[in-house]
Each structure stands twice: as structure tokens, then as C-alpha cells.
Design a protein around this ligand. Structure first.
Ligand code: ADP
Ligand code: MG
Length: 572
């Protein structure tokens, strides 16, 4: 579902795709030259076939070096050495870097500390002087070059992957694997390594590019293999024989220089496209074309006074990597004092929309396009400090699980006071006063302020969570399935409470729910989500009596079959 609608092809912009094709063509030609060198090259590159310093001629297109070796043959054979060293060194660096990065990120603790200090040291050392020192110490040769290059390249890769693994291991599914007793090795092999692999491939390609450049530099400095001339050592020899002082640079220096530049360019073009593919955020925020097919969006239902609407979501598209879209092109405006319900099946993107409004998306999520304006500020672009100032004071979230939203070892009063103090500079006593006030507003007796979460019922805990969200009087409250863990009666009570609060506090409410009969009673408008898109949005009456989208019709029909009373309520 990514391709056409987002103007991308398998997660890569057209421009990058064209670049990758160009890069691939360059590399294919070079690779073919390297493989077919014995047949393509006119002479043996190590044989003296003509007079020293011969100029280009029909028999020797690029002339000869100082002892009469054919330069064209050297150039063609040189591709073998350059590519071989580049690929092998990059492979070694990638394997070591990936192992270290994954181990450090997954094991954390002292393993992480030790490995990352080593990485830090390597990263702070300047690459070229370091390669020269190691190279001189080990003596010239192919293996030296590979060892030297890979030993400076692995560290950057390790650091990159470590940060990815750190965020991966906090995912719920990894936690649940761990809680089932899955062995570390199993989790690493089956889940972590599969998730980081798409990141490793582009890193490898980019490492080849760097390795080829480093090889040329090392060879130029005389640390190359004397028996196997590479492009770098051709340059070194030409420089040593003063080719720059005569016309000879045209056929002796320019061709190997161009060959190096082209190879590096080829790998860079492919590597960048692959990297973009594995990390959709690199696509930048492009304006995404509206896919209008199958959409029955009634914009006429947008609330009045859009300009001062406390929450405006515009064309929001969020990807969970590898082209998996969480939500696509979602637009929604929440007016002052309005209640909008977001309904839809599980996995349709409701929570993703809810989390985006307070800038708390899962680490894997990337905002590919669009904006989320809370009281005029775009939370997708806000620096963290400003975002933190906004959260709780302008917009607040009531999470799904009341129990896990509360700290089990702290009294609810202390947690409420803490929420106040985060945003205001009042005294503890004043904060406590406000907390008591808020507790009473959500229907909890002030005497319970020193209770621990486990001493309260599920419904009361959810009330406390709502009190915490509202204690700083935000303009917008987002409730992501606020009643999912509660029984039916509790569910009604909590939703009634939200309605009461909405009137008494002048709140705008966005309620995520899959319980259509209940949202019909409390919402002004309903937005129906399916597969990451809002397929229909309109007033409760319009949606329940005249659904336009086939999915909405199915949803309404299902409710009507289950609960005939819903019809009556809809006609209120
Ligand atoms: P809902 O709340 O409607 O059930 P979500 O917003 O949680 O839906 O999920 C929307 C889509 O995004 C789903 O297809 C889900 O698989 C995907 N998704 C949600 N969270 C993550 C995550 N942390 N990592 C990867 N994919 C995710
Ligand atoms: Mg959800």
C-alpha cells in the first residue's frame, strides 16, 4: 500500500532509485572488467611489452609506465585488486561492527560500557594517520591493507547498530519473548538480527566505498601490494616518476583517478538508496499526494473556527520502517469543546494517531509527512523542550492501561502532586490542594489521596489516571481506549465522567475506541479508520444513519445486529 499513493517505489524516492540504477550500471561494468580481466586486457600487466614511458598509440591505448608495462592492462587488472580489497575489508568491518553493536546494545551493562569505550577511542582517532601507523608497523601487502582498513571502519558501524538494538530491545514483543523465557541467543538470532539486517546492508555498501578510497590512499603512500598493482599504486608510481610534470598525467594519472572516483560514486549511489529504503525518515517530509480512491470523507463536517482549533492533524503519514505504513494521509480537526471518536478495527492506526498528537511515537515510527498542530504548534517539528512544556499542560493522554500508567510503589497523591510540579512553580501544598480538587472532580474522595494504586479498584485507578492527565488543565485530552480493561458498567461510568469533565472544564476530547454504541452516545463526530486511513468522518447522526463507506456500513450493521437499542440511541 506504500507505492503509488506516497509517490515512492518500495520505500525509495524516484530520484534515489534513478541514482541507484546509475550506480549499479557503473559497478556492473567495473565488475565485468575485473572478472574478465585476463580476456579483456590486451597484455600481461607485469610484462614489459613496449619501450619505457611510451606515449599512447594504437597498440597501447594508454601508453606505458617507466619500465614498459602496458598501462591499460594495469588499469583493467587494477580493478580486481581495488574491488577485492574494498569488498573484503568492508565485509570484515561489517561483521565485526555488527557483532559488537548488537552485543553491546543487547547486553548493555559492563559489556556495553567496555565495547563502546573501545569504539569511542577508535572513532576519535583520525583515520588516515591511524592507517599509516598500522600500515608501516605491519609492512606493505594485501592482508595489511585489509586488516588496516577493516580495523578503522568497524567502529562507526558498531555505534550505529548499537543504538538501533537499544531501541529494539525495549519493544513489547521482545519483552514478551523474554518473559516467556526465550534464551538470549534465540532472541538475538531470530528477532534482533533480522530487524537490524536491513540496516546492515546499506552500511556495508557504504563501507565498501570508504574501503576503496582508503585502499587507494594506502597504496599511494606505498603500503600497497607491490606484486598486485591497484589503481592506488598506479597513482603512486606515476607520482614517483613525475608524471605530473609532463603530458603523461593524461594517460597515467587521469584514468586510475577516474576509475577510483567512478567506483566510489557507484557504491555511494547504491548505498544511499538502500539506506533511504531502510530508514524512511531520510525521505524527508515530502508532500504526499492525496489518494482519493474509495474515500467518503465529508469535509463539510469540519468544525467551525478551524483556525483556533486546539488540535489539527494534517495529511499525517507515519511509517514503521521498510515501507510498513502505520497511518496514511490522515487529516482530522478537533474543534474547541468538541468530542471526536476515532473508531476502527484493531491495527487500523488509531493508537498511532493518538500517540502522534503528543509526540510520543514508538522508536520505530517515522513521520513521513504531514503535521500535527496543538494550539498552533506543530508537535512533529517541535524541539523536545518545547514538546515537554506542551505535554500535560496543553494536551494530555489517558493511556490504555491504568495500572501500568501509575507507579505501583507511590501514593496516588504524590503522583498527582508530581504531575502538577512538572509544569507549575507552585508550592507542594498548593499542588496538593489542586490534586485533591481534581480527585474530587473525577469522583474520588479526598480521603483516598494517600492510597497506593493497588488499594483502588480498576475503575478508580482509571479515574486517577484521568485526574493526572487533567490536573494541569490541558485544552485537549486524548483517551486511547480509556476503558479497555474495565467491565461494561465501569466503562459507561468512565465515559460519562469524561463527558461531564468535558463540559465543566471546556475540554476538547479525542476518544479512541472500538466500542461504537458507546461513542455514539458521547461523541459529536466519528472518524472511521481502516488500514491506516480515515475512510469516513462525519457527525454521529450522519455516520450512523447514512454511512457512505462500505466498511462503516459493515461496522454499523454489526452493531445493529448485536444491539438493537443502538438504533434508538442514534436517533436521539
Ligand atoms: P490500533 O491502535 O488501531 O490497533 P496501531 O496504531 O496500534 O493500531 O497500529 C497501526 C499499525 O501500525 C499496525 O499495523 C501495527 O502493526 C503497526 N504498529 C504499531 N506500533 C508499531 C511498532 N511499535 N512497531 C511496528 N509497527 C507498529
Ligand atoms: Mg490501539
Amino acid at each position: 500500500m506504500t507505492g503509488a499513493a506516497t509517490g515512492r517505489t518500495s520505500g525509495v524516492s524516484r530520484r534515489s532509485l534513478r541514482m541507484a540504477v546509475a550506480g549499479g550500471s557503473i559497478l556492473t561494468v567495473l565488475l565485468l572488467c575485473a572478472i574478465a580481466a585476463p580476456w579483456v586486457a590486451p597484455y600481461d600487466p607485469a610484462e614489459r611489452v613496449t619501450t619505457p614511458f611510451a606515449k599512447p598509440s594504437g597498440a597501447h591505448w594508454l601508453g606505458a609506465d617507466d619500465v614498459g608495462h602496458d598501462l591499460l592492462s594495469q588499469l583493467i587488472y587494477g580493478a580486481r585488486v581495488s574491488l577485492l580489497i574494498g569488498v573484503v575489508a568492508a565485509l570484515a568491518a561489517t561483521v565485526v561492527g555488527a557483532l559488537v553493536g548488537v552485543l553491546a546494545g543487547y547486553c548493555r551493562g559492563s559489556v556495553d560500557a567496555i565495547l563502546m569505550r573501545i569504539v569511542d577511542v577508535i572513532l576519535t582517532l583520525p583515520v588516515l594517520p591511524l592507517t599509516i601507523v598500522i600500515g608501516v608497523f605491519m609492512g606493505p601487502g594485501l592482508t595489511t591493507q585489509i586488516l588496516v582498513i577493516s580495523s578503522v571502519l568497524w567502529a562507526g558501524l558498531a555505534r550505529e547498530l548499537r543504538s538501533q538494538v537499544l531501541s529494539l530491545r525495549e519493544r513489547d514483543y521482545i519483552h514478551s519473548l523474554n518473559s516467556m523465557g526465550a534464551p538470549t541467543w534465540y532472541v538475538l538470532r531470530r528477532h534482533i538480527s533480522r530487524a537490524v539486517f536491513p540496516l546492515i546492508v546499506p552500511q556495508f555498501i557504504l563501507a565498501v566505498k570508504t574501503a576503496i578510497l582508503l585502499e587507494a590512499s594506502l597504496a599511494f603512500l606505498g603500503l600497497g601490494d607491490v606484486t598486485n598493482a591497484s589503481w592506488g599504486s598506479m597513482l603512486a608510481l606515476a607520482q614517483g616518476r613525475n608524471a605530473f610534470l609532463t603530458d603523461a598525467w593524461l594517460w597515467w594519472i587521469l584514468p586510475p583517478g577516474l576509475a577510483i572516483a567512478l567506483t566510489v560514486l557507484g557504491f555511494a549511489l547504491i548505498g544511499n538508496a538502500l539506506e533511504e529504503r531502510s530508514r524512511p525518515v531520510l525521505l524527508r517530509r515530502k508532500k504526499i499526494k492525496r489518494g482519493d480512491e474509495g474515500r467518503a470523507q465529508s469535509t463539510a463536517d469540519e468544525p467551525a473556527g478551524r483556525a483556533d482549533a486546539p488540535l489539527v492533524i494534517e495529511n499525517l503519514t507515519i511509517s514503521y520502517g521498510e515501507g510498513r505504513l502505520g497511518v496514511r494521509d490522515v487529516s482530522l480537526t478537533l474543534g474547541v469543546d468538541e468530542v471526536v471518536a476515532l473508531v476502527g478495527e484493531s491495527g487500523s492506526g488509531k493508537s498511532t494517531v493518538a500517540a502522534s498528537t503528543i509526540g510520543l511515537l514508538a522508536p520505530a515510527a517515522e513521520i513521513v509527512g504531514g503535521a500535527v498542530r496543538v494550539c498552533g504548534q506543530d508537535v512533529t517539528r517541535l524541539p523536545l523542550r518545547d514538546l515537554q512544556a506542551l505535554r500535560g499542560s496543553r494536551i494530555a493522554l489517558v493511556p490504555q492501561e491504568a495500572m501500568s500508567a501509575l507507579n505501583p510503589v507511590r501514593r496516588i497523591g504524590d503522583q498527582l502532586v508530581e504531575s502538577v510540579l512538572v509544569h507549575t512553580s507552585c508550592t507542594r501544598d498548593e499542588a496538593r490542594e489542586r490534586s485533591v480538587d481534581m480527585l474530587e472532580k473525577v469522583g474520588i474522595d479526598a480521603s483516598r489521596i494517600d492510597a497506593y494504586p493497588h488499594q483502588l479498584s480498576g475503575g478508580m485507578r482509571q479515574r486517577v489516571v484521568i485526574a493526572m492527565a487533567l490536573v494541569n488543565e490541558p485544552a485537549v485530552l486524548i483517551a486511547d481506549e480509556p476503558t479497555s480493561g474495565l467491565d461494561v458498567l465501569m466503562e459507561e461510568e468512565i465515559l460519562e465522567l469524561l463527558l461531564t469533565l468535558r463540559h465543566s472544564l471546556g475540554l476538547s476530547l479525542l476518544i479512541v475506541s472500538h466500542n461504537l454504541p458507546i461513542v455514539e452516545r458521547i461523541a459529536d463526530r466519528i472518524a472511521v479508520m481502516k488500514d491506516g486511513e480515515i475512510v469516513e468522518i462525519g457527525s454521529v447522526r450522519a455516520i450512523t444513519t447514512n454511512p457512505q463507506h462500505p466498511y462503516t456500513r459493515r461496522l454499523i450493521d454489526a452493531v445493529a445486529r448485536l444491539e438493537p437499542a443502538a438504533e434508538l440511541q442514534a436517533a436521539r
